[in-house]
Design a protein around this ligand. Structure first.
Ligand code: PEP
Ligand code: MN
Length: 279
């Protein structure tokens, strides 16, 4: 086909993340959590707030079937006046929750300067705001650790895959892609969840793709239907924000699920995935 008529996706070369050179879907472990085979849920609060909050959430999400605990310590807030995270102390509390529950932990890294603080964090999260921070991608890629790469809200699927190439060309091979909603003309939700991205990424890449319905919805009323639709679309898993007391959360409380609501969501999402996988 004349390259003028190729889509942006077809015009780019995904040497490491692409399915052309790696036809089989990637399957890998992060601790006991398996990605790319079955359905895997990452859950926890938007931000680590205090010991009781992170430990109780960790126990609750583990009991509901989550395989990884999330918790932001360095928070990239839109307003500088909002809670910025407990920073180093937040990572320490997250690691305490890891020791208590045995769950591997995920947390967002905002800056190259903080890399040393993340030594014991199992899964480094590159957030939507940093998806095209190429120097950060190169440095994090060099660590060779698992990375959760979130799509920027104004980035194409091709740009997401090129960001994965940055991580992988540096040496990382366990990359999880994450669709978390994009900005459109629609304002009823915080973002518009692009579930089509799951199908497209499955076609073009061998990497596992998970969906974050929490940041897409921005409202706990919509998190469950988006999560279940993601499971039905063939996503490899979810990342869901859960808080023991959403009304009092220091960040993203409007979209946080209670542990009880999360338990229901997880049960249904696993059931949908089992149906699709014939398990
Ligand atoms: C988050 O997961 O805490 C987060 C900030 O998400 P995003 O980068 O998708 O906005
Ligand atoms: Mn959040």
């Amino acid at each position: 086909m004349n390259s003028r008529f190729k889509t942006e996706l077809e015009n780019n070369e995904y040497r490491l993340a692409g399915r052309k050179t790696h036809p089989d879907s990637s399957v890998f472990n992060i601790g006991n959590a398996k990605f790319g085979d079955g359905f895997t849920i990452i859950a926890g609060p938007c931000a680590v707030e205090n010991r009781a909050q992170i430990i109780s959430t960790a126990h609750a999400v583990k009991a509901a079937g989550a395989a990884i605990l999330r918790g932001g310590a360095f928070k990239p807030r839109t307003s500088p006046y909002d809670f910025q995270g407990l920073r180093e102390e937040g990572l320490k509390l997250l690691l305490e929750a890891k020791r208590e529950t045995g769950l591997p932990v995920a947390s967002e890294i905002l800056s190259i300067e903080h890399i040393g603080l993340f030594d014991d964090i199992d899964l480094l999260q590159i957030g939507a705001r940093n998806m095209q921070n190429y120097e950060l991608l190169k440095e994090v890629g060099r660590l060779g650790k698992p990375v959760l790469l979130k799509r920027g809200w104004s980035n194409t699927i091709s740009e997401l895959l090129m960001a994965a190439e940055y991580l992988m060309s540096g040496g990382a091979d366990r990359i999880i892609l994450c669709e978390r909603g994009i900005r459109t003309f629609e304002t009823s939700m915080r973002n518009t969840l692009d579930l089509g991205a799951v199908a497209v990424l499955k076609k073009y890449s061998h990497l596992p793709i998970i969906v974050d319905p929490s940041h897409a919805a921005g409202n706990s009323d919509y998190v469950e239907p988006l999560a279940l639709a993601a499971a039905a679309a063939g996503a490899d898993g979810l990342m869901v924000e859960v808080h023991p007391d959403p009304m009092c959360a220091l960040s993203d409380g409007a979209q946080a699920l209670t542990p009880l609501h999360f338990e229901k969501l997880a049960k249904q999402a696993f059931a949908i995935s089992d149906l699709l996988l014939g398990r």
